[in-house]
Design a protein around this ligand. Structure first.
Ligand SMILES: NC(=O)c1ccc[n+]([C@@H]2O[C@H](COP(=O)([O-])OP(=O)(O)OC[C@H]3O[C@@H](n4cnc5c(N)ncnc54)[C@H](OP(=O)(O)O)[C@@H]3O)[C@@H](O)[C@H]2O)c1
Length: 320
């Protein structure tokens, strides 16, 4: 291991310094020649969910700056248009289209995918960034716990339905925005919908983010025949409207440490544009693959993973 790689690993394990703006700055110094080439995404079409705010808006800008046509996918059209205007103010030549879809509503996801497939024979990138931290246990319109639906069921269903358009790309890539919070949670095998015990929004959020990371290798296998590669990632801690809303106390305490949305978006943009295509099925942070576990209590066996996959596949309407 080089000294830089050892330093990087130490940052990862110490959490607070690694997830902060200082961790980003320290690692940034290790990849000066690693930025995607200007125009790397010219001719590519990228779909970004939750693109009206925070990290999603920064990802949309980062992809557009590299030349992609970006489908800024939001649940509120007006907020989407406002974000589009913000990005155009920085990047007047950006090619941005606002699309509407509530990813926690599986019927809406189906309608949206049908409409996209009608309008786009080819899609190159899908960044599942939309995120939520529910204050209390809430179910989406399909009767599934909201963070599970938003982070797992909606993204998997949307990707499955878009496979024909993704398969038409020479290099289709999918990114799932997870969270470092998932390190604290085991796979919720047996209670994927968080029906038992006291519901805590932060735990529900982290459980669903753990499921994203756990399922990523399975999804990599499942989508390989369409040529699709998939990466899960976490952005560190970033000062976004979502963080301010969901965790105001944490934000007050950590504000000087927090990354900007652009810093938090960096790895998603890099995974979308770097060459060669990153290997499929891994979990990334700051442009490098990271372990999925730091605690022994979070490990699971294949049987548990397949039970959770089975639950999600049935819930998303992909299996009976
Ligand atoms: N900020 C951090 O430190 C941090 C750390 C780890 C992981 N993350 C992850 O990064 C992603 C972006 O978070 P952020 O911090 O940028 O938060 P944010 O500012 O709240 O952005 C979240 C975005 O997701 C959208 N969204 C939520 N539910 C949706 C739904 N059902 N359908 C469509 N869009 C939906 C929101 O739309 P509305 O504006 O309409 O609500 C918003 O645009 C999330 O997945 C989050 O879990 C963030």
């Amino acid at each position: 291991m080089t000294a830089a790689a050892a330093f990087d690993a130490v940052l990862d394990r110490t959490v607070a310094p690694g997830y902060s703006r200082f961790g980003f700055a320290a690692r940034r110094r290790c990849w000066p020649d690693d930025d995607p080439a200007p125009g790397a995404l010219l001719g590519r079409t990228a779909l970004v969910t939750g693109a009206n705010s925070g990290i999603g808006k920064a990802i949309a800008a980062g992809l557009a700056e590299l030349g992609a046509t970006v489908l800024m996918t939001v649940r509120d059209h007006e907020r989407g248009e406002a974000a589009r205007r913000d990005v155009l103010a920085q990047l007047p030549d950006a090619d941005l289209v606002v699309e509407q879809c509530d990813v926690a509503d599986l019927a809406a996801v189906r309608r949206f995918a049908d409409s996209l497939i009608d309008r786009h024979v080819r899609l190159d990138l899908v960044i599942h960034n939309a995120g939520v931290l529910p204050a209390e246990r809430t179910e989406g319109p399909d009767g599934h716990e909201l963070s599970l639906t938003t982070h797992v069921l909606g993204p998997i269903l949307l990707t499955e339905l878009l496979l024909p358009a993704l398969a038409a790309s020479p290099d289709p890539r999918v990114v799932l925005m997870s969270s470092g919070g998932m390190y604290a949670q085991p796979l919720p095998d047996g209670d994927v919908e968080y029906r038992s015990g006291e519901y805590r929004g932060a735990a529900a959020y982290a459980r669903s983010k753990r499921i994203q990371v756990a399922l990523t290798p399975l999804l990599a296998q499942r989508w390989a025949s369409s040529g699709v590669t998939v990466a899960a990632m976490h952005p560190g801690w970033a000062d976004t409207p979502g963080l301010a809303d969901a965790l105001p106390g944490f934000r007050r305490l950590t504000r000087p440490l927090l990354r900007t949305a652009e810093q938090a978006a960096d790895t998603a943009v890099w995974l979308s544009a770097t060459e060669p295509t990153p290997p499929s099925g891994l979990f990334w942070h700051d442009r490098r693959p990271r372990p999925s576990h730091y605690r022994r209590g979070t490990r699971y066996d294949d049987a548990a993973l397949h039970r959770v996959w089975r639950h999600c596949a049935v819930a998303a309407g992909l299996a009976r």
